[in-house]
Ligand binder design. Structure first.
Ligand SMILES: *[C@@H]1O[C@H](CO)[C@@H](O)[C@H](O)[C@H]1NC(C)=O
Length: 385
């Protein structure tokens, strides 16, 4: 392994990781506003009076569409207030991100703080990458296709839903291993997030109290390390998702459906990311999700977006001719599989523009290789036997 690269990767990860969600969760100051001070400065003037007419009407539609009901009138009024604030936020996001559409989503009655706590879950105090992390070899980048989508090639399972549990990291991990396993075996098998939520308590080698912790967040590289040590992941149907982390670990080694051969971090370089995606399958990535709370569709390309990583997702492809309204030129974009169900975004997917590490999308990217069928010597070695 290239030591210099590894050192760089460790430092880079520490720099981004220290900005991640657990800290923002602990901070009461950033609860009602976009965390990014730059956004705050730009939008604080004037916008407040542009409240759309008929907020009551929109709120009724929202409640009906997403089956919302509230326990008391106080709660109802509180949620209506938050809803109105979120409509103003969606409006700000729209003016900051004109090539996407922002508006009312199923998260429109949640404060940004509640949203981050329940629907994200990238936990980032970690200073060191797990011991078995490799640096991805540099790949040739000539002859990359201009458009590429693993969904068309059968490597991506249907969109899943993490519910109100900060377990995004486990969905990003299973998504990457599902793709790698498809490439290794030709079979697409949906893998168990619940196994990771219940059983993966992998910690930072240097910080014993910074560990993968179910609905309270985790990291994909640590989850790959757990999976390598445990021997593999079970099928989704053999260990189904419950969306809580109060159960005990029910991992059954005799029912392993996919195993990790190795995993690697990809350098912050869009051509290398694309080359790794095309060669190795969907990639586990982290992102700042602030614009995702109000995202409806289109290519998200905000003028300013924090690079504080707080959400784990799956990179499945890229394209070159993104939807763009008048005056906006076509945009290159990444295609990202999210874990908030098919009713969010573009049938559960998010498109974000390529080119300038928008929302930190290029800064924490990992690729995993799966053990091939029948290759038990690797499986045994991977499980440390
Ligand atoms: C990871 O495993 C795959 C499949 O066994 C192998 O082809 C590849 O060279 C390995 N990569 C690293 C970085 O060891």
């Amino acid at each position: 392994m290239d030591r210099n690269f590894f050192l760089f990767a460790v430092i880079a990860t520490a720099a981004t990781a220290s900005l991640c969600s657990s800290e923002s969760l602990a901070s009461p100051h950033s609860t009602e506003r976009d965390g990014d001070p730059l956004i705050r400065q730009v939008v604080d003037d004037g916008d407040v009076n542009r409240l759309p007419l008929g907020a009551e009407h929109h709120f009724s539609l929202f409640k009906r569409r997403f089956g919302k009901s509230y326990a008391s009138e106080e709660e109802h009024n509180r949620r209506f207030k938050i809803f109105k604030a979120n409509m103003r936020r969606a409006q700000r996001h729209q003016s900051f991100d004109p090539s996407a559409v922002h508006g009312v989503t199923q998260f429109a009655d949640l404060t940004p703080f509640e949203f981050r706590k329940a629907f994200l879950g990238l936990r980032g105090h970690r200073l060191r990458l797990p011991v078995d992390t490799n640096a991805a070899p540099i790949l040739p980048t000539e002859n990359l296709p201009t458009d590429f989508d693993w969904r068309e090639r059968g490597a991506v399972t249907p969109v899943k839903n993490q519910g109100s549990c900060g377990s995004c990291w486990s969905f990003s991990t299973t998504g990457a291993l599902e793709g790698a396993n498809f490439l290794a075996t030709g079979e697409l098998v949906s893998l168990s997030e619940q196994q990771l939520v219940d059983c993966d308590h992998e910690c930072d080698p240097d910080e014993a109290d910074s560990c993968d912790s179910g609905c309270n967040g985790g990291l994909m590289n640590s989850a790959f390390e757990y999976t390598l040590k445990a021997g593999g992941l079970m099928r989704e149907e053999d260990y189904p998702y419950t969306g809580t982390d109060r159960g005990t670990c029910k991992f059954d080694k005799s029912k392993i459906a996919a195993s990790v051969a190795n995993f690697s971090v990809v350098p912050l370089d869009e051509d290398q990311i694309a080359a790794n995606l095309v060669k190795n399958g969907p990639l586990a990535i982290a992102i700042n999700a602030v614009f995702m709370q109000t995202y409806i569709g289109g290519v998200s390309c905000p003028f300013i977006c924090s690079k504080r990583l707080d959400h784990g997702v799956l990179l499945v492809g890229y394209g070159s001719a993104g939807y763009a309204p008048i005056r906006m030129r076509d945009k290159d974009y990444w295609i990202i599989k999210n874990s908030w169900g098919e009713n969010w975004g573009e049938n559960g997917y998010y498109r974000i523009c390529k080119g300038r590490n928008i929302c930190g999308v290029d800064s924490m990217v990992s690729t995993v290789a799966a053990v091939r069928i029948g290759d038990t010597s690797i499986a045994a070695a991977a499980a440390g036997q």
